[in-house]
Design a protein around this ligand. Structure first.
Ligand code: ADP
Ligand code: MG
Length: 347
């Protein structure tokens, strides 16, 4: 047989590399919304509103009242790896901002059309700039603006035919996911007011006012039927603190809602979720699908935030210890509420 020649290795063009990487950071419309909200939170906003058209494929617009972006930073704003939040690798250890990689905005410009309108404190007018493939298209244009920043992403995945096809399928509709995401942020950041609506709709699908009461916020976002069946829960142990609300034996739902923040980052932790579900099934067989809101705080050196391109997962030191502690507090809380209920039913 004739020996087959190995295929030639070529260097990919930078634009191809960037688009591939961008598709990983921005997997779906909801990932873009998450990045934009995190930027607004990092900018110390007190009000964040989101408008979505065609489940985010036509338009995602996030407006905030944060500190805005300097005029002189606009040219590099959407380049890859430009950030105001991190300067050396070691900063990752203690970083408290949501962002740190300077990849989100850049990624959006590789898979969509980005327009930024922003004004900083003390300025009479703002600026608007548009971006493609990491670069600013023209000089920023002066424009009227209210405090803060508005970022618009249009035609997401216009250059990724396969992704767009999958997402256009109505069963892949991201709007419910966006509403769910904003609801989660709203009950954690209770000092920020959030809203989310479809483009052209009069009514918002999520609307929260800044408040100082977590339970008020949960009531306004998830409804009375959730809020009235919650119990407060707290743990303070070596190396971590947790506080939150968990549903009691009167709460009935078809599936679990688990809203988890670790050091103020919205994350998933399937091990913790499973551990809690097990306790519910064992203790309250009838009401076994709980509503859980938990905020865990631990020393920043104990969390690795850089393990996932969407930052959706983090890895924790002492994860097993933390899960065990939380599990046992949840269990005793459920037992005592169950007992007092039985007692009430008997009398
Ligand atoms: P990162 O958040 O990791 O720094 P991004 O690409 O998300 O990277 O944003 C790049 C930079 O743009 C941020 O570091 C920040 O300085 C600025 N920025 C983005 N969004 C906003 C906003 N809504 N308000 C103020 N500044 C913003
Ligand atoms: Mg960011």
């Amino acid at each position: 047989a004739i020996p087959k020649e190995p295929p030639k290795i070529k260097r990919l063009e930078e634009s191809v590399v960037n688009r591939i990487a961008a598709g990983e950071v921005i997997q779906r419309p909801v990932s873009a919304v998450k990045e934009l909200i995190e930027n607004s939170l990092d900018a110390n906003s007190t009000s964040i509103s989101v408008v979505v058209k065609d489940s985010g494929l036509k338009l995602i617009q996030v407006s905030d009242d944060g500190h805005g972006i300097r005029y002189e930073d606009l040219p590099i704003l959407c380049e890859r790896h430009t950030t105001s939040k991190l300067s050396k690798f070691e900063d990752l250890q203690t970083i408290s901002s949501m962002g740190f990689r300077g990849e989100a905005l850049a990624s959006m410009t590789y898979v969509g059309h980005v327009t930024v309108t922003t004004i900083t404190d003390g300025q009479l007018y703002g600026y608007r700039a548009t971006y493609r493939d990491g670069l600013m298209v023209d000089e920023p244009k002066p424009c009227a603006a209210v405090k803060g920043t508005q970022i618009m992403i249009e035609n997401l995945f216009y250059n990724m035919a396969a992704r767009r096809k999958t997402l256009e399928n109505s069963s892949a509709d991201d709007y419910p996911k966006i509403v769910d995401l904003i609801s989660r942020f709203a009950i954690h950041h209770i000092n920020v007011s959030f809203s989310c609506r479809k483009h052209g709709a009069g009514r918002a699908d999520v609307y929260s006012l800044a408040t100082c009461s977590r339970i008020d916020s949960i009531r306004s976002v998830y409804g009375v039927s959730v809020a009235r069946n919650l119990m407060k829960i707290e743990v303070s142990d070596t190396g971590f603190k947790m506080d939150g609300f968990i549903s009691d034996s009167n709460y009935i739902a078809k599936k679990i809602t688990m809203v988890l923040f670790i050091n103020d980052r919205l994350v998933d932790c399937s091990a913790l979720k499973r551990a809690i579900e097990i306790v519910y099934t064992a203790t309250l067989p009838k009401a076994s699908k709980p509503f859980i809101y938990m905020s865990i705080v631990l020393p920043p050196q104990h969390v690795d935030v850089n393990v996932h391109p969407t930052k959706r997962e983090v890895s924790l030191m002492n994860q097993e210890f933390i899960i065990e502690k939380i599990q046992s507090v949840v269990e005793s809380k459920l037992r005592s509420s169950n007992e007092s209920r039985r007692f009430q039913e008997q009398t």
